[in-house]
Design a protein around this ligand. Structure first.
Ligand code: NAP
Length: 240
């Protein structure tokens, strides 16, 4: 609830599964009205909306018109969590131009379209909060994930620019850089490979979607009111 009695509205892109879904649950627990964006997982998004008293809203974030229509329907939001993302592991010689562009369309263009949609309302109200989900891959780079890492590195530069532009309007912009988080995104790895990644993590385990969600809710709250422009790891100490 805002000080004027208005319910706080958040929209989480890619809220249907994984880190996004955990973030939707945690935000709802903290009193937010949560709009759960989904692309392909309609049933999961609608089930989650029923569970947390939120609203499921469709848009493929790589589709500029669809993103605009979604935000037009939702109206002003106080918080955007730009989380939707895809990965495409593989050696560079096996990466097609189509793969490269699709990664940028979803991971990077999607964040741009979403931020551009929420900013005018936030500037008008002189208040707002944007959280962008990047990755340790964007910070350190990652073998066999050059394209994915490039999309996430772009989001880091984007965050580091946007917070400067929007700070004077009372808008905070931060990014979360998760390490290896046990969601569908890493289902391509075997149990042995996951065990090896856990062993490479100083805290000795993979992260959970809830680990990331708790950082997101902190950044969403007034408890982090003087924090902006930060790229905050949630990685158990993992470095690539
Ligand atoms: P996930 O379990 O695979 O979930 C991906 C989410 O993104 C789903 O909700 C999916 O929605 C959504 N999404 C994908 N393409 C979309 C599109 N075109 N339009 C709208 N939504 C779309 O992945 P996750 O692990 O939770 O990843 C969430 C974010 O964290 C991503 O940005 C990812 O790069 C980042 N991250 C993950 C890890 C990790 O180890 N898991 C590490 C670092 C960063 P639908 O199912 O409805 O299509």
């Amino acid at each position: 609830m805002q000080s004027d009695g208005r319910v706080k509205k958040a929209l989480v892109t890619g809220g249907s599964r994984g880190i996004g879904a955990a973030t939707c649950r945690a935000l709802a627990r903290d009193g937010w009205l949560v709009y759960i964006n989904y692309n392909e997982s309609a049933d999961k998004a609608h089930d989650l909306a029923r569970e947390i008293g939120g609203r499921a809203v469709w848009a493929d974030v790589s589709d500029e018109e669809a993103v605009k229509a979604m935000f037009d329907a939702v109206g002003d939001v106080d918080l955007l969590v730009s989380n939707a993302g895809i990965a495409h592991p593989g050696q560079i010689q096996d990466l097609t131009e189509k793969d490269w562009h699709r990664l940028f369309q979803v991971n990077t263009d999607g964040a741009f379209y979403s931020c551009r949609a929420v900013v005018p309302g936030m500037v008008r109200r002189k208040s707002g909060n944007i959280i962008i989900v990047t990755s340790v891959c964007g910070v350190w780079g990652s073998s066999c994930e050059a394209a994915y890492s490039a999309t996430k590195g772009a989001l880091i530069a984007f965050t580091k620019s946007l917070f400067k532009e929007l700070g004077p309007s009372g808008i905070r912009v931060n990014a979360i850089a998760p390490g290896v988080i046990d969601t569908d995104m890493i289902s391509c790895f075997s149990a042995e490979e996951k065990a090896a990644m856990a062993a490479d993590t100083p805290l000795g385990r993979l992260g959970t979607a809830e680990d990331v969600a708790e950082l997101a809710t902190f950044l969403a709250s007034d408890r982090s009111g003087f924090i902006t422009g930060q790229i905050i790891g949630c990685d158990g100490g993992f470095q690539l």
